[in-house]
Design a protein around this ligand. Sequence first.
Ligand code: ATP
Ligand code: MG
Length: 271
Amino acid sequence: MARTIAVFNEKGGVGKTTTILTLAAGLDLMGRRQGRDWRILVVDADQQVNTTQMLTGRSDFGPRSSLTCLYSDNLYNADQLRSAIVPSVWGENIHVVPGDRSLRSVPRRQVTLPRGDYRLADVIGEINSGYDFVLFDTNPKWDSLSVAVFLAVQAAVVPVDLRQFAIQGLSHMLGTLIEKKREYRHPDFNIMGVLITRFSGQLAGMRADLEALRRHKAFSSLLFDVLVPESIVVDYAQREGVSLFEYAPRSKVSVAYARFIGEVLGREART
Ligand SMILES: Nc1ncnc2c1ncn2[C@@H]1O[C@H](COP(=O)(O)OP(=O)(O)OP(=O)(O)O)[C@@H](O)[C@H]1O
Ligand SMILES: [Mg+2]
């Protein structure tokens, strides 16, 4: 059965999409290097479709050929989602459930449809035996679709940019996840960790916030050791439509993300 991981943060631009894309590319690379050929499914649950655009070169899938297809009818089944899966241009082991602008309408439908909150979890539970990892990108807003993703995964990674009043926001985000775990009785779910992204040691305020997080009772144990640095390389790679590992494997940001993936696998092994 696949390991299922989502990125969540209600703040925009903190590196959710970059983290999911780089995790997919890195797991693919590591799997191939170890001769294990991990199969990776990336589900784009964000109507901005950045992940879909990067992994497929397209952003025009429409409601029937994207994650939205699961929310069109009272009836649903795994084959609907299976038929939406497309290959990624990043490698044959990476598959994609595309996002679409129509995902905007899903939260409204979800509340009226039978098993609205749970249908994504139900279907992922059926198709995940074909994969080693299922990774979810999400909206910068907590809504019913976030709940659907939360119910479909075992683990959350919360990327944080310390520029953005991060500690307050992080408290709120982690509080929401813990509350939902209780409310929905989802005991398999865990917060895998908090990843500092876009870190710049030159900004004194950032260093101070990092120290505060490292001392914080509740947060310190969740922090990944690695800090992902702010780097223009991320922008360049995205413009080229390729992964960080392909664009600049030896750049600091790629090396940091490779360490992050090592930490993810280490934390996975412990659960
Ligand atoms: N480590 C980094 N260094 C520099 N720029 C970065 C870094 N990580 C992400 N970015 C840039 O910041 C912007 C936002 O990143 P990204 O799209 O990953 O964030 P997000 O959390 O998914 O945003 P949204 O909430 O809008 O979906 C992008 O332009 C990306 O290129
Ligand atoms: Mg994003």
